[in-house]
Design a protein around this ligand. Structure first.
Ligand code: PBG
Length: 328
């Protein structure tokens, strides 16, 4: 053939491919979500094979190993004892609670590790919702917005006092970014960042996570606060609001089934964009790999590359530590 233009020339050798590669994955892109509990032992999580619910000591050790592999940040998800769960989730702002103790232990052990906390009521709320629940005369459930935001501010302040670098509201209440920013600033925490779960969808992909924390809603679902999977423009609306309210970074969640949203969010804001490869995404890869149907390493790294290529600057992923090892 008389073909002057042959794109394959740019793929001919590994050296040429590395020169023309548009996106590169690195351990520095990853945030490791970590589960913790009060127990003194580390427990494998039945709903998420390969993921562990850590004791405080186990958490510190594992975070240190991930950090040594180049992972810059962890985000903490506590499993709270049933006896501490209440309708108003008071335990979420207890300075001697599980999360503040974990933050202090992590920051003491690794000053350079970025510690991110999840701000939402579901682990602490006896109703299993991200906000305060009220039942009306007709027996219908309502997730109260403004009352919840007040409690989220107390929770974020508690995390800031313990030394969190970034607080990350995953609750999807309206107006929480402005409220958190002003509460943090008024208390002298101008340096604490807010990573907002701006476009968080009401997704079935969170199922295994709720199993890990026993945090599934006792009644109803999360569709009156988390976004409808059919909506894309609404994600931009949420992102622009959060940006105007003072978010430092925004997030899209889940990641893999929402690459179009990551891409559109990337084009709509100059803020850094995070994406969360959630428990169901992880589990689909792991279960296929366990059956011998796919190669976990190749599939996981390709899924992470897809998320990065779509426009994510950082990725929350249960593969963070393993991927950092694979990429070495
Ligand atoms: C709750 C929260 C959820 C996840 C992170 N924070 C679950 C939910 O909204 O029901 C899910 C993460 C995952 O599935 O990996 N605030």
């Amino acid at each position: 053939m008389n073909l002057p233009i042959r794109p394959r020339r740019n793929r001919r050798t590994p050296a040429i491919r590395s020169l023309v590669r548009e996106n590169v994955l690195s351990a520095a892109d990853f945030i490791l979500p970590m589960f913790l509990h009060e127990d003194a032992v580390n427990t494998p999580i039945a709903s998420m094979p390969g993921v562990t619910r850590w004791s405080l000591d186990g958490l510190v050790k594992e975070a240190g190993e991930a950090h040594a592999l180049g992972v810059p940040a962890v985000v903490l998800f506590p499993k709270i004892g049933e006896h501490l769960k209440t309708p108003l989730a008071e335990e979420c702002a207890n300075d001697y609670g599980l999360v503040p103790r974990a933050i202090r232990a992590l920051k003491a052990a690794y000053p350079t590790l970025c510690v991110i906390t999840d701000v939402a009521l579901d682990p602490y709320n006896s109703d299993g919702h991200d906000g305060v629940v009220r039942r009306d005369d007709k027996g219908e459930l309502h997730i109260l917005n403004d009352e919840t935001v007040e409690i989220l501010c107390q929770q974020a302040l508690c995390h800031a006092r313990a030394g969190a670098d970034i607080v990350s509201p995953s609750d999807m209440m309206d107006g929480r970014i402005a409220a958190l920013r002003s509460a943090l600033d008024a208390a002298g925490f101008q340096q604490v960042s807010i990573l907002s779960y701006s476009a968080k969808y009401a997704s079935a992909f969170y199922g295994p996570f709720r199993g890990a924390l026993d945090s599934a809603p006792k009644e109803g679902d999360k569709k009156t606060y988390q976004m409808d999977p059919g909506n894309a423009r609404e994600a931009i609306r949420e992102v622009l609001l959060d940006e105007a309210e003072g978010a430092d970074m925004v997030m899209v969640k889940p990641a893999g089934p929402y690459l179009d949203i990551i891409c559109r969010v990337r084009e709509s804001t100059t803020l850094p964009v995070a994406a969360y490869q959630v428990s169901g995404e992880y589990l689909m890869i792991e279960s296929a790999a366990a059956a011998g149907w796919v190669d976990a390493k190749a599939i996981a790294l390709e899924s992470l590359m897809g998320i990065k290529r779509a426009g994510a600057d950082m990725i929350l992923t249960y593969y963070a530590k393993r991927a950092a090892e694979w990429l070495k």
